[in-house]
Design a protein around this ligand. Structure first.
Ligand code: UDP
Length: 253
């Protein structure tokens, strides 16, 4: 499928026009960035892994009735998605304290939170995606109060789904970020899960060992990021068959 002209380049993905006006082609890059792109590296294989993993999670969500932007995977690095009007919020759900909440509240990383906590950052790289209260979101018109209620409900359903899927393969879902977009369907406007769901935007810890299997491996220099993502994909049974595997080639009869 021929992709159209590039319409946006982000830190880890590029968006191109799709075959019709309601679609886009989402291309997953190998670039890893952290600390608002102050740390950058190209990690061979990351794009292909995130393309597969995001496909896997989005398809699972759709199977339980949560609409997403995913239409189909096109090849190793690209997927066809619905064009949405992105709500300028990072919707973060936390089950266990880690990262910014630990710093902000002086909580030890790994402390179980009393219940899943949903929080919002305003998407603005120049401002460093500041945490914002719900009051700002409706007051500044980023989303209506009604949309906000639905976003929280979607976020908690996504949390239950992802937590269960990860638990089944021995991984604890510590926290994650999603983005939500608006689409028009007939006379109605609807909210759907957009962007990506991958180890770039989740914290995933091995339940037995506590080993980190997410982007913190890169942020905190804990080892090889592609190996960590490969392990997540392997456990979920979604390893791309043509991703080069580390180690010596073996003769296949
Ligand atoms: N997250 C993300 N993109 C961002 C900020 C956060 O995907 O721009 C994810 C992050 O990977 C983690 C969760 O949201 O899974 C919570 O991140 P946190 O607020 O702790 O910030 P961080 O420590 O990553 O700066």
């Amino acid at each position: 499928m021929a992709r159209g002209k590039m319409i946006y380049e982000g830190k880890a993905k590029i968006l191109y026009e799709g075959p019709d006006p309601d679609t886009l082609v989402q291309y997953f890059k190998d670039d890893a960035t952290a600390f608002n792109a102050q740390k950058m590296e190209v990690i061979g294989g990351k794009g292909a892994l995130n393309n597969r993993l995001s496909e896997f999670f989005m398809q699972g969500l759709m199977q339980i009735g949560i609409p997403t932007h995913f239409i189909k995977r096109l090849n190793m690095r690209e997927q066809l998605i619905r064009r949405v009007d992105i709500i300028p919020l990072e919707v973060i759900v936390r089950n266990v304290a880690a990262g910014s909440i630990s710093k902000r509240l002086g909580m030890e990383e790994g402390s179980q939170l009393p219940r899943p906590i949903v929080e919002f950052s305003y998407k603005d790289d120049a401002l460093g995606d500041p945490l914002v209260p719900e009051e700002y979101i409706s007051a500044f018109g980023w989303a209506s109060q009604h949309e906000l209620d639905e976003i929280v409900s979607i976020a908690l359903r996504v949390n239950d789904f992802l937590s269960g899927v990860m638990l089944a393969v021995g991984i604890k879902l510590v926290d994650f970020k999603i983005e939500i977009g608006r689409v028009i369907e007939g006379d109605f406007q609807r909210l759907i899960v957009a962007d990506e769901i991958s180890p770039d935007s989740c914290r995933l810890w091995d339940i037995k060992t506590g080993e980190k299997l997410d982007k913190d491996v890169f942020r905190r220099d804990l080892g090889n990021l592609a190996d960590a993502y490969t392990e997540v994909a392997r456990r979920l049974g979604v390893l791309p068959s043509n991703t080069p595997k580390p180690g010596k080639p073996t003769l296949v009869n």
